[in-house]
Design a protein around this ligand. Structure first.
Ligand code: ZN
Length: 164
């Protein structure tokens, strides 16, 4: 007699690495090129682990809806870090996070003024305690728009359920 296949939830949960700092449940299963974990579901279809986790712990994912990460960690399958959203919600969430970063330390205008006074991006980032990228994006709104557009296209592409 063939052994009974292990339930999906067991297979999913047996491969996680708990990060005590972030609370993330990082999957140790193999990943796709975008960094999302992959697992075969009850019907032997290859699925993304964060989507399977959402479905098992929180409920069905409506057709065409994305499962997004609050923690921005694609390997994470902690249901508390996952939320359903349209592509627009995902963008709003990112913008919200970025905005709270600005608030904590420095405004976009202040960064632009520092840049105009001749400081390097890195010097501004060090002084304000923000990421180099944040300073660069604040001082180059055109670049920022382009990056957002690319990010949006990527999210759309990566969050489609896999078909085999
Ligand atoms: Zn997480």
């Amino acid at each position: 007699m063939a052994p009974t296949p292990r339930p999906l939830q067991d297979r999913l949960m047996n491969h996680i690495d708990y990060d005590a700092v972030t609370g993330c449940w990082n999957t140790g299963l193999s990943k796709d090129t975008a960094g999302y974990g992959l697992i075969r579901d009850e019907n032997k279809q290859l699925q993304k682990t964060h989507r399977v986790s959402y479905r098992l712990f929180k409920g069905e994912i409506p057709e065409g809806i994305l499962v997004c990460h609050h923690c921005d960690n694609r390997a994470c399958i902690n249901p508390d870090h996952l939320f359903l959203g349209s592509t627009q919600d995902n963008m709003d969430d990112m913008v919200e996070k970025k905005r709270s970063n600005w608030k904590a330390s420095i405004t976009k205008e202040e960064m632009q003024a520092m840049r105009a006074s001749g400081m390097t991006y890195q010097a501004i980032a060090d002084q304000a305690g923000v990421k180099y990228y944040a300073v660069y994006a604040a001082c180059n709104p055109e670049f920022n728009r382009e990056a957002n557009r690319r990010q949006r296209a990527k999210c759309q592409q990566n969050n489609q359920p896999l078909r085999s």
